[in-house]
Write a protein of this length. Structure first.
Length: 538
């Protein structure tokens, strides 16, 4: 009876969230008479590629502050407005608290006592710039301490800040004989300082029209990248993934079929938006989906959701939707924090500049990561349920066992294929197929662990049962999460090898926390259980 009353819930929820997604395509209401949006869409050459000024503002503020807005006197200043103040009103921008500093020794160097405040202005740093530079030069890159890393990072951010302030500097007056870009930015500067909205807006339009005639492709590229930045498709996907998780959770309390169906429809909707953002990045970069750590997190989540949709279509029990949404949400959170490292569509290093290998080796390896995480999450669901119901062995338990086993089979294939392709790429790039690089070892560990699980499930003895029972299979699948996380992130932070992207203190802490959480989940599997059936999934 309850199910009948709510049978229209799936359609209603999809309509509500679809309307929310479509509303995001509308241009935001201007917060200023100045055409800041038009300014933000202007293309510029930075970091070796064409990008809108909005991207420069966002990535720079993320590097400095870890956020895309500045709080000043209880007023939120957008990244675009901040960039304009940086260039044209430096005396005002220097008072904005944009430097995030939480290391007590660095603060002590400047005579600042550590408080709950973590953000400081350039004016706070100005008297101490020589000492900051001197201390950064003395830092040992081979064995950096927390203080050395913090002071070096601060020096890099100070250099970025000063570079930004000089980025669009002109003579400061309207010079009609100057080249169009120089003249345009000179007029824009004068208009911004004088709060002359009419002159500012018409100059933005005139300059964009001139660019349309000279470099139309760059203008179009900047316009689409600006739309991708402001639409925030990955953030919108995250919101819907959370709703899917909640729907599946509440399905345990009643109305299970309706809520599970609602969760599945919303999962497909979130996946569509996720796909839109991923495809937009591919078109803008002219590259396959994975080119750096940030894009790998986006793709791991995307592939996991795709697998989860396939599982849900087959089993229709909500587990596929819940697992896909949880991993999709977590990987997008990881991507969000990685975006604070700089431009997420940065130029490729010469040795990696190969769309063929990026589309084969990197994609296969990342699919292996995705599927291993999915198997591990489903196994964690089993262990948690088993901890509260020791004799649990119903249909859902059997479904979980089959899901985990076949996903591990899938992961073992793609991990192995990706590793072999990586060896061929290494041979072409560096002249050796295998060099025991930490990243290569990490990839091999994922392959070996998945193969180990499959070997443990092979029939043994006259009864044809697997070597391990169902619970032991799940414990091993959860440990696969630790192996994969180490291969994906851990080896990149060792500071050695051809694949090292540098140590990230915050990422290391979270990696340790994640590994500890997985060990805790594995410990649940050692609680005595009434079921001892050995694992031979069919």
């Amino acid at each position: 009876m309850k199910e009948n009353r709510l049978k229209g819930l799936p359609v209603f929820l999809v309509c509500v969230f679809a309307a929310w997604l479509l509303a995001g395509l509308q241009a935001p209401k201007p917060s200023s008479p100045m055409d800041i949006t038009g300014f933000a869409q202007l293309p510029t050459l930075s970091g070796g590629r064409i990008k809108p000024l909005n991207t420069v503002a966002r990535t720079s503020l993320l590097l400095l502050r870890g956020k895309q807005t500045v709080r000043w006197h209880d007023h939120a200043i957008s990244a675009d407005e901040w960039l304009l103040d940086m260039v044209y009103k430096p005396e005002l921008a220097d008072a904005y608290p944009v430097f995030e500093i939480d290391n007590p020794d660095v603060l002590g160097l400047m005579g600042i006592q550590q408080t709950a405040n973590r953000y400081y202005a350039f004016n706070d740093l100005r008297p101490h710039l020589p000492e900051i530079e001197s201390q950064a030069k003395q830092a040992e890159p081979e064995q950096p301490s927390r203080y050395a890393t913090a002071i070096s990072n601060l020096q890099e951010r100070v250099a970025l800040y000063q570079k930004l302030q000089a980025m669009l500097q002109t003579a400061g007056k309207d010079n009609a004989s100057a080249p169009p870009p120089v003249a345009a930015f000179a007029v824009l500067g004068n208009a911004w300082r004088a709060s002359d909205a009419a002159t500012f807006n018409i100059t933005v339009i005139d300059y964009r029209n001139w660019l349309d005639m000279v470099i139309p492709d760059a203008v179009e590229h900047a316009r689409w990248e600006f739309l991708l930045n402001t639409y925030e498709s990955f953030y919108k996907s995250m919101v819907i993934y959370v709703v899917v998780i909640l729907l599946v959770f509440f399905s345990l309390l009643g109305w299970s079929r309706t809520l599970v169906r609602s969760a599945f429809y919303l999962l497909v909707l979130a996946f569509s938006v996720h796909t839109l953002g991923l495809a937009a990045r591919m078109v803008l970069q002219g590259r396959p989906p994975v080119t750096n750590l940030y894009s790998s997190a986006i793709f791991v989540g995307w592939a996991t959701v795709l697998f989860g949709i396939a599982l849900e279509r087959f089993y229709k029990n909500g587990l596929g939707s819940m697992a896909a949404s949880a991993i999709g949400f977590v990987t997008l959170i990881i991507a969000h924090h990685l975006s604070a490292q700089g431009d997420t569509m940065e130029m490729m290093q010469a040795v990696l500049d190969s769309n063929f290998w990026l589309a084969t080796h990197v994609v296969c390896i990342t699919i292996g990561y995705s599927s291993t995480f999915l198997a591990g999450f489903l196994a964690a669901v089993f262990l948690i349920r088993r901890a509260f119901d020791k004799g649990w062995s119903g249909p859902i338990a059997s479904d979980l066992e089959r899901m985990v086993y076949w996903i591990v089979c899938f992961s073992a294939f793609f991990s192995f294929l990706g590793t072999i392709l990586g060896g061929i790429w290494a041979d072409q790039s560096w002249g050796r197929f295998w060099g025991w690089d930490p990243k290569e070892n990490g990839a091999l560990l994922v392959v070996l662990w998945n193969v180990f699980i499959l070997h443990a499930c092979l029939p043994a003895g006259r009864r044809g049962e697997g070597i391990v029972n169902r619970t032991q299979l799940m414990i091993m699948a959860v440990f696969g999460n630790i192996v994969t996380a180490f291969s994906w992130f851990g080896v990149n932070m060792l500071g050695i090898g051809l694949h090292s992207y540098g140590f990230m203190e915050k990422a290391f802490v979270w990696l340790i926390i994640f590994a500890a959480s997985q060990l805790a989940l594995m410990a649940l599997g050692f609680i005595p259980d009434d079921t001892t059936r050995h694992s031979t999934p069919k």
